[in-house]
Each structure stands twice: as C-alpha cells, then as structure tokens.
Write a protein that binds this ligand. Structure first.
Ligand code: M5T
Ligand code: MG
Length: 587
C-alpha cells in the first residue's frame, strides 16, 4: 500500500488536507453535544431555571448536529473524489505497464490475473481509501479528545471505558488472526474464477460442439464454490464481531449507570449542598455516557477499516507486483539509422523458452538481404514461430545474436526497431472498430496506403462487397469475418506500414490455393524493396523464395533454394514429396 502512495497526485493531497478541516469540525461539533446535554440536565434539575434556556441549549444541539452532518457529507464527498481519481490513475499505470510486458511476463501473471488486478484489486484499494479517509484521522482524534474529557471525572468511569476498549481490541485481534490468510486466498480465487469464465467464453464453440457444458460447469463450479466458502468463512467470523460489540457497549452503559448510582448513593443526603452534588454527578454521568459511546464508536470505525484493510492490502500488494515487474526485454539506445536497410541476420542463435526445459532452436544462422524472400519450413513444433518471434524481440535469444540492419536487436530503442518491422502473427488478431481502423492500426500508417494494402492483400474483393466498404464494423476479435478474410486483413495491416522487413508467420495457410498464388504475385510485385521472412507449411507458397531454411526439431537441417534443397536435404524432399507429385517436383 505504501508503495502505491507515490501515485497520489498533489491535487488529491490538497483535497485530503481539506477533508481534515471538515473532520476536525465534525469531531469538535460531535463532542460539543454532551456539553449542552449536561447543561440541559442541570437546568432541568435546578429549581427556578428558565424554559427559554433549555430551548436555547436544545437549539444549539440541533445546530451542532446539522453542522456535524454537513461536515461528514463533505468528508465523504472528498474521500470519494480522492479515491476515484487515484484508482483511475492506478488503472492507467497498470495498463501502461502491462503494455510494456513481453509474453514472458504476461504468461507469468496470467491474463486472468492481470484483469482482476486492474479491476477488482483496484476497487478494493479504492474502497479502503474512501473508508480510511473518513475514519483513520477522525477515530483517534475523537477517541483521544473524548478520553481527555472523561479524564476529569470519577476514575471508576474511565476504568470501565478502558476495560471495554481492551475487550474490543482482543476481539479484533482474534478475528484478524482467523481471517487474514483467507483474505489473501480470496483475491487468488477471484483470479481462478475469472480464468474459468474467460476460458469458457473463449472456447464456447468447442464447448458446445463437444457437449462439454457439464464438464465446464463443474470446473466453474469448483472455482465458484471455493470462493463462496472462503467468503462465507470470513463473513461469518466478522459478523460474530457485531453481537460482541453490542454486548460490550451495553455492558459499558450498564456499568456507567451503576457506577453513577453508587456514587450518587454515597453522598450523604439531607442538605441542599448534597442535592447540588448529586445533580452534578448525575449531569456528569449523562455526559460521560455520550463520551464513552463516542470512544466506542470511534473504536468500531477503526475496526471496520481494519476489517476491510487486509483484503485491500493484499490487493495493493498484487497491484504493486505488476508495477514493479520490469519487462525482460528492455530498451536500447540506438536509433534506426544504421546505413543499411532491410537486412536480417541470425548468428548462431539458440533459444530456450523461459522456464522451458530444452532448447527450441539450436545454432541457427542465415542472412536475408534487402528485398530478398527467406522462407522457413518444417513440421509443426519445429520452431518456426519461435524463430521469427526473435526478430521483433517478443523474446530475447538465449545464445547468439539477431541483427537487423547490421545491429544487434537488443541495441535499438524498441520503437525504432518496431518501425522497421511489420509482423503478421500465425493467428490473426482483430480489434473492435472498423475494417479501416484495423488495417491502418496504430499511428504509423497513413490513409493513402489503405487502398494499396487492401489491393495487394487481395482483401479488396470482399471489402468491396461490404455495405460500408472499409468503414464496415469489425466485431471484437473479428468474429464477423471468415478466417481467410481476417488473414488477408492482417496482411493488409502489415502492408499499410512502410516497414523494411515483413514477417509472415504461416499467414497463407487459411487461403485457398488460387488466392495464395495471386497474393504472392502481388506481394512480389509491390514489395520489392522489403525483405520478407515467410513461414509456411506449403511448398507451393515458398518454392520461389531466394532462400529456404528447413527446420527439424529446432535444428537448421537445410539451407538453399528449392532446387538445391530437393537434391541435398532429405527432410525437405520428404515434405515436398508429401505435397507435390514427382512430376511437379521435376518442374
Ligand atoms: C516450437 C514450444 C512448443 C514447441 C516449440 C509458441 C511457444 C512454443 N513453445 C513453448 O514452449 N512456448 C511458446 O510460447 O516451442 O514451437 P513453435 O515455434 O510454435 O513451432 P512452429 O511454429 O514450427 O509450429 P507450427 O505448428 O506453427 O507449424 O515444442 O511446445
Ligand atoms: Mg508456428
């Protein structure tokens, strides 16, 4: 929690200070009430006093109460304002941080947990701030002020109040002991619940098709019941507090009256002075009763804050974890001007996934010069995606070097590196918006490139048929487009940028053969100056590449043109034979 304090801005500190003024006003007014009450008691008990005085004292009491009410509304208003502003900033900071994460950090936290952390956890902290601002200053001030006022009266009363406070403290400690660890668990269970819900929604079609609703429900049920049980436990224990608190309060009032009665009785009766003394004790008792109740009220306020604090502290800790995680992939210092353009080189690159057991890539070396097409082929799981992911630094190499334009990718300012590269992932990613906003994604792309990009990527044919052409709506994740259409749009997105290097990770697989061929022709015509790294499953897609790299279980088992590889690389020959007939290969 303390570490998050730095995200509170000056404006909020000022509002907080302002709220202190109202808090002091409120405490002052609340504690003024018993004084008037004691006045009234004296007035009523004293013979010959004026009814007008009683009214006046009563009127002042009313004013004090109204003043106190107004102050507490103000404090509440200010607290909400501060807390809301703070949590808005916190969410923005988390979002920004998560954007800087690589897949490694995101996987380490899990998407579900990152979502709970930036929503539910922030809410917990926000709630604590609202409560704390109203109580943390007020309660102790109130308690100390009231105790000071009590102190002048008979010691027996102070002792009774003291005992009540002690009992409540012990009670609080016991409850905290039983609940603290559970609060932590509850936040983690929120993650689990979120995870189960997300997974189910993402895979809803598969769930339906496999009649797996029951199976999924059971999984969800488990997460849900776990959460229920823990919440119930915590709530049961904390509600136990409430009857004990009432009991303590009632015992306290009883003892105050009892002590009062004993004190009054102990005064020898008969004289006028004795009557005076008795009235005095009685008035003191009434006042003391109010003060004692204020002390207890202050204490209960603290208890409530302490009750919600553990959960909020756990939440704050979890938020802090995100904010303190430094992405493994860090910015370099070089800008993009290196004198070369569109050159990619791998020098003895080996790569193991963080936390993974074995090397996924071993000793890969090749160079792609400007304008060349280098293709990667190999069976599933041979490491093709992992290989191309190293160029835009989605992960960093374990050994060796990846160079872009003659400079190690780690040396570039990340933004400069990303400017050079256009990347089309294996599964196309669409964002809610329009076709246009998806193709001209981000700020780098310029509008006039839209038509060209749609043209080259063969998207024009279906975009033309849409009612609003490029302004047609795109649903989240592009669910209103076909797989092949999405693939073509993501190719268009890559082409809309003036990048030096184009990376296509198996981007042509959802296209029919005819479109695949036309698209490749258009690509070759229109992207002459760009270097292309193409991952493909089909020999047809890469036959004309300048260089083909054959991967087998992460090893580079062949490098060369189609013709060369057919002669020299057995793995390549096998792949080729499985897809094309002998005659086609002979061509
Ligand atoms: C190569 C492992 C995977 C496989 C190997 C993406 C990813 C992969 N792997 C991880 O451990 N973690 C990851 O995040 O790496 O995988 P690939 O590079 O994705 O293979 P591919 O692109 O050649 O396969 P495909 O199916 O796309 O043609 O052992 O377990
Ligand atoms: Mg792949």
């Amino acid at each position: 929690m303390l570490k998050l304090i730095k995200y509170i801005k000056l404006r909020e500190w000022l509002l907080f200070l302002l709220s202190l003024v109202f808090i002091f006003a409120q405490v002052f007014l609340d504690l003024k009430l018993p004084d008037y009450m004691s006045n009234i008691t004296r007035l009523v008990k004293t013979a010959g006093s004026d009814a007008g005085d009683v009214w006046r004292a009563g009127g002042m009491m009313l004013l004090c109460s109204l003043g106190s009410l107004a102050s507490s509304v103000m404090v509440c208003f200010l607290a909400s304002k501060v807390a809301a502003g703070f949590s808005r900033r916190l969410r923005a900071v988390i979002f920004e941080k998560v954007e800087s994460f690589t897949l490694e950090e995101i996987n380490a936290f899990s998407t579900a947990s990152l979502i709970t952390r930036s929503t539910n956890d922030v809410n917990q902290v926000q709630m604590l701030i609202i409560m704390a601002m109203q109580v943390v200053v007020k309660a102790p001030v109130m308690a100390v002020w009231a105790i000071m006022k009590i102190a002048g009266k008979a010691w027996q009363w102070s002792l009774a109040t003291g005992i009540a406070v002690a009992v409540l403290t012990v009670l609080l400690l016991v409850v905290l002991k039983f609940t603290f660890s559970r609060f932590k668990k509850i936040q983690w269970l929120q993650d689990a619940l979120n995870h189960a819900a997300r997974e189910n929604l993402n895979g809803i079609r598969v769930v339906r098709a496999h009649n797996a609703e029951d199976y999924q429900e059971k999984k969800f049920e488990k997460a849900n019941t776990d959460l229920l049980e823990n919440s119930l436990y915590v709530n049961r224990v904390t509600t136990l507090m409430s009857p004990f608190m009432s009991l303590t309060m009632n015992c306290l009032s009883m003892s105050i009256y009892w002590i009062g009665a004993v004190l009054i009785n102990s005064v020898a009766s008969g004289t006028a002075a004795a009557v005076e003394l008795r009235v005095g004790i009685f008035a003191d008792m009434i006042v003391l009763m109010s003060y004692a109740m204020q002390v207890i009220a202050a204490f209960i306020m603290i208890i409530i804050v302490i009750m919600i604090a553990p959960r909020a502290l756990v939440a704050a800790g979890r938020i802090n974890e995100v904010l303190e995680t430094e992405p493994k992939v860090t910015d370099g210092t070089r800008d993009g001007n290196t004198g070369l353009r569109g050159e990619v080189e791998f020098r003895n690159v080996s790569f193991t996934y963080p936390g993974g057991s074995g090397a996924v890539l071993e000793n890969i070396s090749f160079t792609a010069h400007r304008g060349e097409t280098v293709a990667f082929i190999g069976s599933t799981g041979s490491g093709k995606t992992s290989l191309v992911n190293l160029v835009p630094r989605f992960y960093d190499v374990t050994e060796g070097e990846v160079l872009v334009d003659g400079v190690n990718v780690k040396e570039y300012v990340l933004e400069e590196l990303y400017k050079k590269i256009s990347y089309v992932p294996q599964t196309s990613v669409m964002f809610s918006g329009t076709v246009k906003s998806n193709v001209l994604f981000g700020s780098h792309a310029r509008e006039e490139r839209l038509e060209k990009a749609l043209g080259i990527s063969m998207s024009e044919e279906f975009v033309d048929e849409l009612e609003d052409r490029e302004n047609s709506e795109m649903a989240q994740r592009g669910t209103n487009f076909s797989g092949g259409q999405k693939q073509r749009l993501s190719i268009a997105r890559a082409l809309s940028r003036e990048a030096e290097i184009l990376i296509f990770d198996d981007t042509f697989s959802a296209l029919d053969f005819k479109t695949d061929r036309e698209l490749r022709d258009a690509l070759n015509r229109e992207t002459e100056g760009m270097t292309k790294l193409i991952v493909a499953q089909r020999i047809g897609t890469i036959m004309s590449a300048d260089r083909i790299i054959v991967l087998d279980e992460g090893r580079q088992v062949g490098t060369g043109t189609h013709g060369e590889l057919l002669k020299s690389c057995e793995v390549y020959r096998q792949i080729a034979l499985s897809q094309l007939s002998e005659e086609e290969l002979a061509l």
